[in-house]
Write a protein that binds this ligand. Structure first.
Ligand SMILES: *Cc1c(COP(=O)(O)O)cnc(C)c1O
Length: 359
């Protein structure tokens, strides 16, 4: 018998979420963001599921981009972090990858290297995130250099929002962007999932949704994934491998952090932090046992976690299904209980968890 844990991958849900993003994007084109192994969902299966609907794919990792080209992918690929050393640039040309340039010296390198083909480029502008991006003066220099070098025939301006999901919103960054782009008629790419769903004025020419494609809400405390019409793509499921009754005063798990205040029935699930379940999830984190909602008890172990079966009297250990997150229980809820975001749960899915595709 193999260990019962698995992650179900629902390609129909992924395509559904892409259609939702398409609806919000209006006439803008859509980069499907598939960095970090498609947010832990598996790059190749994610790209395959979207191959006939996606306008392009955006990611970070060069090996992944090359792997996509090797499988015959034709759509544009946007490299969100550009290149790290100039000697990577020929690979960009050979594989038709679009780099995002965020420093003037990168623009210099790009112009200096006489590439055999013209490569489209994105110029990243800092409008307040203060991570990567050109300031207004640097943008002027970059555009002048690119014009003089005549190495590209497609420049897109890009920026990233710091708080499109939160109280700061996007207006302040949009104002800075407009100032920077005054007099320019270049296409722009601005919106992540949060901006796309909340601020239609950020659509521009290309949008860049990530998390919404995977069926989670970019602002779970404002609107749930369900309210946004999104469907979970990954369902992490396992089974009970033990059921036991404990007396009042007994503890559960490492650190004895949970103490029963009455006699209770508990279950042990074959899933722990070595599978990607967050160790920080406290007692009370929601979980589904045989479809019924209950809670975790005590500390999450490496390979196991415990659940409260007090209100599930009929449950026995023989293969009772448990959903850790996904269908019926949004990863957003589990993430909130654990003090993190769905992105981190997905990206942490461990390599030892087999992924099973359903249609
Ligand atoms: C990851 C990323 C996105 C997607 O963000 P979501 O919040 O997942 O929609 C968009 N743009 C850039 C530059 C990113 O790095």
């Amino acid at each position: 018998m193999t260990r019962p844990i698995r992650a179900r991958f629902d390609s129909a849900a992924l395509r559904h979420n892409h259609a939702v993003a398409r609806h919000y994007a209006g006439s803008a084109r859509l980069w499907s963001v598939v960095k970090a192994n498609a947010y832990g969902h598996g790059l190749q299966r994610t790209v395959a599921a979207l191959a006939d609907v996606a306008d392009g794919f955006a990611l970070i990792e060069m090996e992944s981009a090359i792997a996509l080209r090797e499988t015959g992918l034709r759509q544009p690929i946007l490299m969100l972090e550009g290149f790290y050393a100039a000697d990577e640039l020929p690979t960009f040309a050979e594989n038709q990858l679009t780099p995002v340039l965020h420093r003037v010296d990168q623009v210099e390198d790009f112009c200096a290297l006489a590439l055999p083909v013209r490569v489209p480029v994105y110029l990243k502008l800092n409008t307040g995130m203060n991570r990567l991006g050109l300031n207004p003066y640097e943008l002027g220099r970059a555009l002048a250099m690119l014009a003089a070098a005549d190495v590209t025939d497609a420049i897109t301006l890009m920026t990233h929002f710091a708080d499109a999901d939160g109280d700061h919103g996007v207006a302040w960054q949009m104002a800075r962007l407009q100032e920077m782009c005054a007099g320019l008629t270049l296409p722009v790419s601005l919106a992540n999932s949060a901006a796309l769903l909340r601020f239609p004025e950020t659509r521009g020419d290309w949008v860049r949704p990530g998390i919404m494609l995977y069926g989670c809400s970019p602002f779970p405390d404002r609107q749930s994934a369900e309210e946004l019409g999104l469907k979970p793509v990954m369902t992490l499921e396992s089974e009970l491998i033990e059921v036991r009754d404990i007396a009042a005063g007994e503890h559960v798990g490492y650190g004895c952090s949970f103490t029963a205040d009455q006699p209770m029935r508990i279950g042990v699930v074959a899933c722990g932090y070595a599978d990607g379940y967050p160790r920080q999830a406290p007692t009370g984190t929601p979980v589904l046992v045989d479809g019924a909602r209950t809670r975790t008890l005590g500390r999450i172990s490496m390979d196991k976690l415990c659940v409260d079966l007090t209100d599930c009297p009929k449950v026995s250990h023989g293969g009772t299904p448990v959903t850790l997150w996904g269908e019926g229980l949004s990863a957003d809820e589990v993430a909130a209980a654990a003090g993190t975001v769905s992105y981190e749960l997905f990206c942490a899915l461990a390599a030892r968890v087999p992924v099973v595709e359903v249609e």
